[in-house]
Design a protein around this ligand. Structure first.
Ligand SMILES: [Zn+2]
Length: 191
């Protein structure tokens, strides 16, 4: 899937989790940082590709990417697996711990927002022709549906004309169906 679809999928997953979890107090700063972390999480598995959208957002990305991408073993390798989820979860936890002194936000929420984006990326890629090596280092790529010719081509017609608009509709549905809860949530900012 292309970066735009991953961004939207990450946001959709975050909205869904917010809609189905108990209501909690989240400061405006935490909300802003969490949404940013969610987008980064949605793009992070493609750190393994020098041409990915993630690197376009990072200053000096075209240089750094040439160091990091090979470390991750190339495209759709360790960062696209359950092992990768734990690895990134651990690293991001350490990074957040390091910046917790300068950035006064709820790091637990930021961490979860990142991870929700990260996992949503792997789920979305599972629908693409290339599949996802969920059980890395076991060299099998999984996909839904199981036959790759039935799956989505990254950046193709199906992604742009069906999956992307479908995710937008899904967002509308999540917010519409949980309208009361989101209203309650956003009320904390207009007190
Ligand atoms: Zn990917």
């Amino acid at each position: 899937m292309i970066g735009r679809t991953h961004d939207l999928a990450a946001f959709t997953a975050l909205s869904y989790v917010a809609a189905t979890s108990p209501l909690q107090e989240v400061s405006l700063a935490t909300l802003g940082v969490a949404i940013g972390a969610n987008f980064l999480g949605g793009l992070a598995p493609d750190l393994d590709q020098t041409t990915s959208d993630f690197w376009h957002h990072v200053r000096g990305g075209n240089v750094i990417s040439r160091i990091i991408a090979p470390l991750l073993g190339g495209h759709r390798f360790i960062s696209h697996s359950i092992l990768g989820i734990f690895l990134f979860g651990f690293i991001v936890d350490k990074i957040l711990e390091m910046i917790s002194g300068v950035l006064i936000v709820n790091m637990d929420i930021v961490w979860w927002a990142f991870m929700i984006g990260f996992v949503s990326h792997l789920v979305m890629d599972t629908f693409t022709k290339e599949g996802v090596p969920w059980l890395f280092p076991i060299p099998i790529r999984f996909g839904i549906p199981p036959f790759s010719f039935l799956r989505v081509k990254t950046g193709g017609m199906l992604e742009k004309s069906f999956i992307f608009p479908g995710l937008i509709l899904l967002n509308f549905y999540i917010y519409y169906a949980n309208y009361g809860k989101f209203l309650e949530f956003f009320k904390q900012y207009i007190k």
